[in-house]
Design a protein around this ligand. Structure first.
Ligand code: HXC
Length: 263
């Protein structure tokens, strides 16, 4: 499929790809077309075994994603704006539930819907010039692509309210201190390369293990400890039906590197 706003690129590492949201004239703002392209992309790749990890980043020098497209939203009716929010939420849930790991490589602005998009990725790597925040309250709206729900789960009520009610934009270093950012890099090139290299490390593991591990951590937000443990052991057991488990353990015993097939 040909995309107008997305670039999907191979890297030097087997199974690791870069997905670039490429609308630099609008600082990669998410309009309906960008959202639809991303939705279609993430639906298509679910069963593609050649893709083992994705690094998501923004095109141009200045921005990861500067939010949902304000020019598209300005005249929406209440009903249309709710539908727009639902579409963005659906996309972010699809990404959150994607069996492939996604690392956001954030350079420049990750604001509003762009911050939400980075939060739906499994990890966030950021360059020193990255800026995170929810300026929605300065526009007369609130976060609508899941920010109120995701950020509270991630950093707790007080830190989430601190950012969401104030609209304050924080630096990459502050986001790192809040446990929003996993790793900090000096330059934009370094953050993308660092994310790709880390993705390559993940891509060497069993794809089934990685997908199940992601799933197990994700459900922990919604389940009691008891139910979460039950879920974990059921996934743990299911992995013993895979060739990857046999190969991984055999390789350890035979003192060689495992060759995983994702089956
Ligand atoms: C549409 C945007 C945009 C956005 C930037 N642009 N952000 N267009 N929607 N979110 C456009 C600008 O209009 C401008 O286009 C071009 O990108 C470059 O931006 P500048 O403002 O000239 O750049 P700069 O002065 O460097 O300022 C950067 C900035 C500022 C601080 C990031 O652009 C900004 O404040 N943007 C809006 C950030 C924001 O409020 N995001 C949250 C959106 S609400 P022209 O044509 O003039 O050159 C949201 C809700 C999500 O995300 C939930 C929805 C349901």
């Amino acid at each position: 499929m040909i995309y107008s706003y997305l670039r999907f690129e191979k890297t030097d590492f087997d199974g690791v790809f870069k997905l670039v949201i490429d609308r630099p004239n609008a600082l990669n703002a998410l309009n309906s077309d960008v959202i639809a392209e991303l939705q279609s992309f993430f639906e298509k790749i679910v069963n593609d075994c050649s893709i083992k990890a994705i690094v998501l980043t923004g095109g141009g020098e200045k921005s990861f994603v500067a939010g949902a497209d304000i020019k598209e939203m300005v005249n929406l009716t209440a009903q249309d704006s709710m539908n727009f929010a639902r579409k963005g939420q659906q996309l972010l849930l699809t990404m959150y539930n994607c069996p492939k790991p996604i690392i956001a490589a954030v350079n420049g602005y990750a604001l509003g819907g762009g911050f939400e998009m980075s939060l739906c990725c499994d990890m966030i790597f950021a360059s020193e010039n990255a800026k995170f925040g929810f300026p929605e309250v300065t526009l007369g709206i609130i976060p609508g692509f899941g920010g109120t729900q995701i950020l509270r789960r991630l950093v707790g009520e007080k830190a989430a309210k601190y950012l969401i009610l104030s609209g304050e934009i924080i630096s990459a270093a502050e986001a790192y201190r809040m446990n929003v950012v996993n790793r900090l890099f000096k330059t934009p090139e370094e953050v993308v390369n660092g994310a790709v290299e880390f993705a390559a490390k993940i891509a060497k593991n069993s794809p089934s293990s990685v997908a199940y591990a992601k799933k197990a951590v994700n459900v922990s937000f919604d389940l009691s400890m008891e139910r979460g443990l039950e879920y974990e052991s059921s996934l743990f057991g299911t992995l013993f039906n895979t060739e990857d488990q046999k190969e991984g353990m055999k390789a350890f015993i035979e003192k060689r590197k495992a060759e995983f097939k994702g089956k």
